[in-house]
Ligand binder design. Structure first.
Ligand SMILES: [Zn+2]
Ligand SMILES: [Zn+2]
Length: 240
């Protein structure tokens, strides 16, 4: 059953530019090619995170070729939610990028808040067509009304991410929330994005835990936006 699911593109990957990740884009692309991936999204952290790149980094992503080692390189960012409906890059820059993730992170300008405030911050962001994916929404440190967010995902066409690292090394305590989010995505039918959240080349394309969660929840494989390179490009409004 698990092998019903596939992901040809890894939509959440960090390079050296993030400040706490350890591979170059070339190294990541070569590893992705060796693992049979057809695309990767460069989603380095937005500038509000300590040691993350300046916004100039995101201005100049056009310098990266569209293909490295035969792998399509999608140029984006993992932005930090800093206020309701706001992230740490300008609307102009967001509109220039191939894809934009938005999520809650420590020490990035968004104070500790309650479930209701977190939920409204995310719901407002999902109205912004430049925000394609809400990353790691299962983080227990930023609780959400998961049902409301899953309904909003279906209504706005914003993808909710299932993040493989959330089951392994990051945001400990996320797993049950991620499984619940998968069930809600199955129920409401919104788009789902799969990401490894690799911070080193060897972790790119790791999806084992999210495949298990998708299978247990009964998510329709066609809900997975990165099931194929073509589906990914179609979701993002890009051409090959
Ligand atoms: Zn993150
Ligand atoms: Zn990340």
């Amino acid at each position: 059953m698990t092998n019903t699911y596939k992901a040809e593109v890894d939509l959440h990957v960090h390079s050296l530019a993030s400040g706490h990740a350890y591979s170059t884009i070339n190294e990541i692309a070569a590893e992705a090619a060796s693992r049979g991936l057809r695309g990767i999204a460069m989603t380095d952290h937005g500038p509000a995170m300590p040691a993350a790149p300046h916004s100039y980094h995101f201005e100049c992503l056009y310098m990266i070729p569209d293909y490295l080692s035969g792998v399509r390189i999608l140029k984006g960012a993992e932005t930090n939610i800093i206020a309701p409906g706001r992230v740490d890059l300008s609307d102009r820059l967001l509109a220039k990028m191939d894809l934009v993730l938005a999520g809650f992170h420590h020490d990035c300008g968004y104070g500790p808040s309650d479930r209701r405030a977190n939920t409204s911050a995310v719901m407002e962001l999902m109205e912004n067509p430049s925000i394609h994916i809400i990353c790691h929404p299962g983080n227990p440190e930023y609780p959400l009304d998961y049902e409301a967010v899953a309904r909003q995902a279906a209504a706005t066409g914003t993808a909710l991410e299932l993040n493989n690292s959330s089951f392994v090394t990051s945001r400990i305590g996320s797993a049950d929330n991620c499984r619940l989010i998968a069930r809600l995505c199955a129920r409401f039918g919104g788009p789902v994005s799969l990401g490894s959240d690799a911070h080193i080349a060897q972790s790119v394309g790791h999806f084992g835990h999210v495949f298990e969660a998708l299978s247990a929840a009964g998510v329709d494989p066609d809900q997975i936006i990165n099931r194929s390179l073509e589906a990914t490009l179609d979701f993002l409004g890009l051409t090959d």
